[in-house]
Design a protein around this ligand. Structure first.
Ligand code: FMN
Length: 365
C-alpha cells in the first residue's frame, strides 16, 4: 500500500531536461530499428523522443481502441481490471484490451525497441496486447526494452515481455527509467545503447526458392543459423524434402549445432530436427527442435501452395539472396566491412586491446 500511495501521489512527474542533441554514431552495418511505444501520461513519449534523437529508428505508437479511458480513476480500478483479465487467461486473445489496428509490418526491421509504462509492477495492458498480437512476426528479431515507472522495479515487466515474446533475441538488459531519473534519461539511454547487441543488416535473412518462387526467411540468431549462413556464403544449398502431413522435411546434407527445446512450431516456422534435418511447417507441431527461422508474411494457405504441401521429392533451394545467381558478389560485400567500432560507435582502424563492436556484437581483443 505504501508503494501504491507513493506513486499515486506523484504520478505526473515533470521532465525538465532538454533532449540530448548528440547522435550516437552507430556501426554502419546495423540493421533497421523500430521503436514501438505506448504512453498514457506522456513519459514514454518523452523517452522515445530522447531515444530517437540518439539513434536512427522508425517509431510506432500503440493506441487503445477505446479512447478517453481513465485508467487511474477510482484508485486505478480500470488499469487493475485490465491486468487481472490478462493474468487470468494470458493465452486467450480476448483477455487483452483492444488496440487500434497496426499496419506497420515488422518484416523490414531487424531490431525492435519496446518502450512501455509499468502498471502495478506489470507491463501496461495496452502494450501487452500489441506484443501478444505480433509475437509471431517478432520471432528471431533482436529486441530491447525501456520501462518507465514511477518508482516500482521492473522485473515483473521483464517477465511479461519474456512470456509474450518467447522466441526473440534480447539485445541486452531492459533499461529502467523512473521518476527520480527521468530528467537524466538522455545519459541513461546513451549508456544503455552502448550495451546492446544490434542485429546486422540482412544477416538475419535467408531465401527459399521452390518451383521458381522465392520467399524471404527471418533467421533466429544461434549457432545453427550462423553455421548455415556461413555455408550459404559459399554456395546455395538445394535439398529434396517430402511432405509429412504438417510439414515438408528431409536431410539438410550437413549437421548443425543443435540447441533443442520443446516447442510448438507454427505455420511458416523452419527448424532443425535431429541436428541434420530441415523441417518447414505449414501446420503446427510440438516437438523438440532447434529453431532456425520463419518464412516472412505468408498465410497458412499461401504456405501450403508455396511449399507444395502433399507432394513428394520437393526441390528446395536455400540461399542468401532472392536471386540465386548473384551470390558471389553479394557475399563478397557481406564478408567485407568487418570494421571495429569503439563502444560509442566510432570506427577504429587499428584496434589495440580492449572492448569493441564488430558485426554489431561486442568483442574483446
Ligand atoms: C494503471 C497504472 C498503474 C500504475 N502502477 C504503477 C506501479 O505499480 N508502480 C509505479 O512505480 N508506477 C506505476 N504507475 C505509474 C507509471 O508507471 C509511470 O507514471 C510511467 O512513467 C507512465 O508512463 P506514461 O507516462 O508513458 O504512461 C502506474 C500508472 C498507471 C496508469
Amino acid at each position: 500500500m505504501k508503494k501504491i500511495l507513493s506513486f499515486l501521489a506523484a504520478m505526473l512527474f515533470c521532465c525538465c531536461s532538454a533532449d540530448n542533441e548528440v547522435k550516437a554514431e552507430e556501426p554502419t552495418n546495423t540493421g533497421k530499428t523500430l521503436v514501438v511505444y505506448y504512453s498514457y501520461t506522456g513519459n514514454c513519449r518523452e523517452i522515445v523522443n530522447t531515444l530517437t534523437s540518439q539513434i536512427e529508428a522508425d517509431v510506432l505508437e500503440i493506441q487503445p481502441a477505446e479512447k478517453g479511458l481513465k485508467y487511474e480513476a477510482n484508485n486505478y480500478a480500470l488499469g487493475t481490471q485490465l491486468l487481472n483479465a490478462i493474468k487470468a487467461n494470458p493465452n486467450d486473445a480476448s483477455s487483452y484490451p483492444a488496440i487500434d489496428p497496426v499496419t506497420t509490418l515488422l518484416s523490414g526491421y531487424q531490431n525492435i525497441i519496446i518502450v512501455t509504462p509499468l502498471w502495478w509492477s506489470q507491463m501496461a495492458a495496452i502494450m501487452q496486447t500489441y506484443l501478444f498480437q505480433s509475437a509471431s512476426q517478432m520471432v528471431g528479431k533482436h529486441v530491447g526494452m525501456i520501462v518507465s515507472s514511477h518508482s516500482s522495479g521492473i522485473s515483473g515487466v521483464v517477465s511479461d515481455a519474456k512470456r509474450l515474446l518467447p522466441n526473440v533475441t534480447w539485445m541486452g538488459d531492459a533499461l529502467w527509467i523512473n521518476a527520480s531519473n527521468h530528467s537524466n534519461r538522455a545519459t541513461l539511454i546513451e549508456n544503455w545503447l552502448k550495451t546492446l547487441t544490434f542485429a546486422e543488416e540482412n544477416m538475419d535473412k535467408m531465401y527459399i526458392t521452390i518451383g521458381g518462387q522465392t520467399q524471404s526467411v527471418t533467421l533466429v540468431d544461434n549457432d545453427a543459423t550462423r553455421e548455415l549462413v556461413a555455408a550459404l556464403q559459399s554456395a546455395p544449398i538445394t535439398v529434396t524434402l517430402n511432405d509429412n502431413n504438417f510439414e515438408i522435411w528431409g536431410s539438410l546434407g550437413k549437421s548443425l549445432t543443435t540447441k533443442n527445446e520443446q516447442m510448438t512450431a507454427l505455420p511458416g516456422d523452419i527448424v532443425l530436427y535431429n541436428g541434420s534435418n530441415i523441417c518447414i511447417f505449414y501446420e503446427s507441431n510440438s516437438w523438440s527442435y532447434t529453431r532456425l527461422g520463419h518464412i516472412d508474411g505468408l498465410s497458412e494457405n499461401e504456405l501450403r501452395t508455396f511449399l507444395k504441401a502433399g507432394e513428394s521429392n520437393i526441390s528446395v533451394t536455400l540461399s542468401l539472396t532472392s536471386g540465386t545467381t548473384a551470390i558471389k558478389s553479394v557475399n563478397g560485400n557481406r564478408m567485407e566491412d568487418r570494421a571495429y567500432y569503439s563502444l560509442n560507435g566510432v570506427k577504429v582502424d587499428n584496434p589495440s586491446k580492449g572492448l569493441y563492436i564488430k558485426n554489431g556484437k561486442k568483442v574483446i581483443l
